[in-house]
Design a protein around this ligand. Structure first.
Ligand code: SF4
Length: 210
């Protein structure tokens, strides 16, 4: 959703390159997935790095959720291999709070796909959050009210991605695409002009004010 071309370079061309943003996110996720975030107490069971899937034909998704909380709840549901009743919360970790708005739609659609998987696996209707580690703040995502909107968006994206995969083609760069934070810049369009730090900073400033 951030950039179709970036997705194509990563998933179809198997390209990879890191920058400071990628490294920062990797370090955060290594911490989340190292096992130390899994614990239980009287009120909840918390598990990190949880594999989830949804093999309904229209989705056919698999992924790893950063963190799932099973909260003891007398109005909740039964969860396989756990005693009692629970409500379920899904938490995705992100390093940086967005400059504008409560969350990025590009992040929300990722968590929505995880929700479809979690709901499929546990038969629940989980609440979803993004945890921004820079401000140590959880933001609740509006999937109750906007389920249809996210579902439609996700289905369009899945159909497009599967189309590109079956044709083995990489999407073109779209006009107006913001590229300053992208780690694949040098692979995507190798520099023809002389590299200038000043120009890069000016470009970043221009993009931030749009
Ligand atoms: S450099 Fe820009 S167009 Fe190319 S993959 Fe990155 S974000 Fe997309």
């Amino acid at each position: 959703m951030y950039c179709k071309r970036r997705w194509g370079l990563l998933e179809i061309n198997r390209d990879w390159s890191e920058n400071a943003f990628v490294v920062k996110a990797n370090i955060l996720h290594e911490n989340v997935h190292d096992g130390t975030h899994s614990f239980s107490d009287k009120t909840k069971i918390v598990r990190s790095s949880v594999s989830v899937y949804n093999d309904k034909e229209e989705y056919d998704l698999y992924g790893i959720a950063d963190c799932v909380e099973f909260i003891k709840d007398k109005n909740g549901i039964e969860i396989n291999e756990l005693n009692g009743l629970y409500s379920v919360k899904l938490i995705e970790y992100k390093p940086t709070t967005p400059a504008i708005g409560e969350f990025n739609e590009t992040d929300a659609i990722q968590v929505f796909a995880q929700k479809l998987c979690a709901d499929f696996v546990w038969g629940c209707d989980c609440e979803c959050f993004i945890y921004y580690s820079d401000k140590r703040r959880r933001v609740r995502l509006p999937f109750d009210d906007e389920f249809e909107k996210y579902d439609k968006t996700l289905k369009v994206l899945l159909s497009e991605m599967r189309g590109y995969i079956s044709e083995n083609s990489i999407p073109e760069r779209v006009k107006g695409q913001k590229c300053s934070g992208c780690s694949l810049k040098d692979i995507c369009f190798p520099k023809s002009a002389e590299y200038s730090v000043r120009k890069e900073i000016e470009k970043l400033r221009r993009e931030e004010t749009v």
